[in-house]
Every structure is written in structure tokens, then in C-alpha cells.
Design a protein around this ligand. Sequence first.
Ligand SMILES: Nc1ncnc2c1ncn2[C@@H]1O[C@H](COP(=O)(O)OP(=O)(O)OP(=O)(O)O)[C@@H](O)[C@H]1O
Length: 146
Amino acid sequence: MERTFLMVKPDGVQRGLIGEIVSRFEKKGFKLVNAKLMTVSRELAEKHYEELKDKPFFGELVDFITSSPVFAMIWEGDNVISTARTMMGKTNPADAAPGTIRADYAVSVGMNIIHGSDSPENAKREIDLWFNGETIVYDKAISKWI
Ligand SMILES: Nc1ncnc2c1ncn2[C@@H]1O[C@H](COP(=O)(O)OP(=O)(O)OP(=O)(O)O)[C@@H](O)[C@H]1O
């Protein structure tokens, strides 16, 4: 079963959107298999965003993600990586389709509420980095209906 790493960023936590975001993925039919509220060290932030280290906004991005707690999650389900990206909307909320998380709750590209892995390789890398690869194994009684 496919898994992805999703994170409510500091702006989403501060604005009280954890429940709303978790609810969207639960209602869609995905399964939450790990989650934690946590502060992020600069070392973790720099590793997470290492692909962006040459971008002019890299310093600002690391400052932002370490500024206040985030809510880190692992979700499981068929095509969860690409479906979660669709549900999140485009990186710049101004370009995000109506009904997506970023379109509904965000205005700026820097504070765009949520992160989601963009490929199977990055999902594995991020699940290992943030959760040491650990998931909670359990059955959901409703899974046969999804
Ligand atoms: N031009 C920019 N100015 C400031 N921040 C930016 C800019 N472009 C991207 N970012 C921030 O860096 C994050 C990572 O950028 P990336 O290009 O990987 O987009 P993404 O894959 O949609 O986002 P994420 O990795 O958070 O899901 C974005 O979510 C955004 O918060």
C-alpha cells in the first residue's frame, strides 16, 4: 500500500487548521498511520528541503518551518502521493484550484499551510527522515468500503 508524508506547516498549526486538514484526508478514505506535533530543528529542516538549498528563499523557508510547531503525518492508501498533492493544490495558492487546501486557506507561496511528498522516492526519504520509517499497524473496519 502506498504511503506519503504530509505536514501541516507552522501557519496551519497557528491558524487552528490541523483538524480541518486531517478531516479532509480521513473523509477521502485514506488511513492515518502515524502523526506527531513537533518543533523542527534547523538540521532537520535543512535535510528535508535539501533539494532547494540553492534557491534564494531557502533561508527564509528554513526560518519559517523552524519558527513554530508543525504537525507531521504519514498517510496510507491507493495513489495517496499524487491524490494528496491534488487535494493540496498548486504550490502558489493563487494558482491552486478552488476546493483545494491551499486555495481555500492560503494566500502566499511562503505560507501555504501544508507540505506533501511529491514522488515515491521522496515519500520514502521523508518518512524515514521524520518518523524513522515507523508506522502504526492496525486494521480499519471500514476499509472494505473504500
Ligand atoms: N518563490 C518562493 N518564495 C518563498 N517560498 C517558496 C517559493 N517557492 C516555494 N516556496 C516554499 O518552498 C516550499 C517547497 O517548494 P517546492 O518547490 O518543493 O514546492 P512544493 O513541492 O509544492 O511544496 P512542498 O514541498 O512544501 O509540498 C513551498 O511549499 C513553499 O512554501
